[in-house]
Write a protein that binds this ligand. Sequence first.
Ligand SMILES: *Cc1c(COP(=O)(O)O)cnc(C)c1O
Length: 419
Amino acid sequence: MDNQSLRESARALFPGGVNSPVRSFRSVGGNPVPIARGEGPYVFDAEGRRYVDYIAAFGPLILGHAHPAVVGAVQRAAAEGTAFGALTPGEVELGRRLCEATGLERVRFVNSGTEATMTAIRLARAATGRDIIVKFDGCYHGHNDGLLVKAGSGVATLGLSDSAGVPEAIAGLTAVLPYNDPEALRAWFAANGERTAAVIVESIAGNMGLVLPEPAFLAALQEVPRAHGALLIADEVITGFRLRYGLSGRLPGADLVCLGKIIGGGLPVGAFGGRAEVMSLLTPEGPVYQAGTLSGNPLVMAAGVAMLDQLATGQPYRRAEELARHLENGLGTAIRRAEVPASVVRDGSMLTLFFRATPPRDYAEARESDTAAFARFHAAMLERGILLPPSQFETWFVSAAHTEAAIDATVVAAHEALR
Ligand SMILES: *Cc1c(COP(=O)(O)O)cnc(C)c1O
């Protein structure tokens, strides 16, 4: 089927023609590209047209598409049986690697990042006997009811539902504070500390475009919740194993850590972990219920082990970062030449080009970006064979499989597109 027939068939089958909303290209307009296959830094649409890919499945594919070690591991695992509903060697293998690389004492595997944050919050509530959760505006932690919440009218009020179908009674248990604002965090805890179970935060914010955490904010996150008996939940679903082998290192004191994306090698995965004492509150050891028919699935575990084997050498990180730096420099030059008010934010192999003269510090600033300009830029890049994440508020992912040629082609396209 050609691209257009696929899109039409999909629209008749799935709401908005997709199974996850950002894929619809709603925020950039234009037609979503149905992808038939991928190879290294490239994806190919249903008509065989090739694109340099910076979506990378929204984060997992740090080794690029169809890495032979990952594909081989999944094929071998599939031949041995796809699911058992029992402990398997693959879980022990990946679990051990995760704990060794992260310092987490215990982990549990789930099927998505959404499940990981959902259960981390349940655990934090059980551990503290408190109900209220603090999150930060612009951070995304999956589509759990209690996390689809926007800020209320003031920084010291509880949140409001940010999706139809989320009861205000649930949204009202979440407070939303500005990212990178240690004073707002202190003020919240001074007034509501004894009611607050946990703070959940992206160690590096990747879901409002890339927004880097400032040192004073990171320091407050490690100090303030603990001082009030609340837990810190570091959401490392994007950043875990993205910048280096293990956690990002931004929030070393976190009580619970959520993982996903890279650790499953591109298969559906999530995990959360922490100290044995907190994790032992989970069933069957403790009273906090959590389960999953396909959790720790052998194909996922095999893909994760193969992925981590490749990453353990550190080489893919050096390579991906070198390429990302090359891209950052090229985009910077293109922005200056075109004299457009735009800025590039990068950390390791993650990057966002904001149509805003200076990098945003929080979601309010990120939202000041010229999203119409981003939409035009996205379309112009797509025309030139470069597939960017279809929103100003997403992070571009460079993989270790990108090549100098692919990056150079991207920079040339950006020079043209920005004009
Ligand atoms: C992607 C993401 C999630 C949700 O993971 P899913 O597997 O999509 O449910 C949670 N937190 C962060 C930071 C993410 O980027």
